[in-house]
Design a protein around this ligand. Structure first.
Ligand code: SF4
Length: 322
């Protein structure tokens, strides 16, 4: 592993071609991920934040090869996995797992929970049913459920419990990386904290690394070591968590941060209201993609795309820091 990097993504792109008419003529591409480079160090939690539609979920799925990259490279422990064949991908999937926003979608409603979690163990080669069931019970207890829950069906559980089952399923194959895609955003606030604490505990216990995807900076801040901010398919900024929260550089990061509630009523901060919605990634704005909404935009911004440059502990793509 080079420099302790478990995952490295180099100039990754994921475009979805848009075709119309009888002849399915190619008329453009939805550029969901458009040249992103980042890394995740072994044992680290990298938080990935941005508004809905910025490409963060697609990036997570493309890293796991659930989506085929259009261009760029994905390295796992220094090994290029961008073009791995199906067989090699299958064994790689044991190392990289996903926890979904909607745990229901990853659970078969006709299968008992024990069978769903056990399926992952079967794939891993645990063929003895008794052993499999014993390990399922241990896993369920480890994620805060009871071993008797193995006999029940998904509809008998609350949203938070289903998410615990989803986590148990991911853990069953002893992964090293978990891509958690908005794992708490569908849950009540009180349950969110429980699931975040569980993920934090499991990380330490199993030496896991996470790519933790969310649209809410306060959720991301709860669990991440570093934070990467995405806007319209590109990275706007990346830095250690404390530096993002204390001294955000990119105007988009500042705007996201200004919307995070602070618990101290004596502290006031000015909310930065962004004009308009996120533009379409089918036809992104020229130059800096954030320029139509940026309160600090100036003459060069619509003309020239800013590079992602190192400024102190931050990587930032903004002409203000040239
Ligand atoms: Fe705003 Fe210009 Fe910086 Fe883009 S490059 S974030 S438009 S100041």
């Amino acid at each position: 592993m080079v420099d302790g990097k478990l995952v490295e993504v180099r100039d990754l792109k994921k475009y979805y071609p848009l075709r119309t008419g009888l002849l399915k003529r190619h008329v453009g591409d939805v550029k969901a991920v458009d040249g992103v480079s980042l890394h995740i160090v072994e044992g680290e939690v990298l938080g990935l934040v941005g508004e809905t539609g910025c490409g963060k979920s697609t990036l997570g799925r493309t890293i796991l090869r659930l989506e085929e990259p259009t261009a760029g490279r994905v390295l796992f422990e220094g090994r290029d996995i961008t073009h791995l064949g199906r067989k090699a991908l299958k064994s790689l999937r044991r190392e990289m797992q996903m926890v979904f926003q909607d745990p229901q979608s990853s659970l078969d409603p006709r299968m008992r929970v024990g069978d769903s979690v056990g399926e992952a163990l079967l794939i891993q080669g645990v063929s003895d049913e008794e052993e499999r069931w014993a390990r399922v019970e241990v896993l369920l207890e480890r994620v805060g459920l009871e071993k008797e829950h193995a006999l029940r069906y998904p509809h008998e559980f609350s949203g938070g419990q289903k998410q615990r089952i989803g986590i148990a399923r991911a853990l069953a194959v002893t992964p090293r990386l978990i891509v958690a895609d908005e794992p708490v955003s569908a849950l009540d606030v009180s349950i969110q904290a429980q699931i975040l604490n569980l993920l934090a505990d499991l990380r330490l216990e199993f030496g896991l690394s996470y790519l933790f995807i969310a649209h809410d900076l306060s959720v991301i801040g709860h669990i991440s070591d570093r934070i990467a901010v995405m806007y319209l398919g590109k990275l706007a900024e990346a830095a250690p968590k404390a530096d993002i929260f204390q001294e955000p550089l990119h105007p988009y990061t500042k705007a996201l941060l200004s919307a995070v509630p602070i618990p101290n009523p004596h502290l006031r901060k000015e909310r930065i209201l962004l004009a308009g919605d996120v533009p379409s990634s089918l036809d992104p704005p020229s130059g800096c993609r954030f320029h139509p909404r940026c309160p600090w935009a100036f003459d060069i911004c619509p003309r020239v795309e800013p590079e992602l440059l190192l400024r102190g502990s931050h990587l930032v793509a903004c002409h203000l820091y040239r």
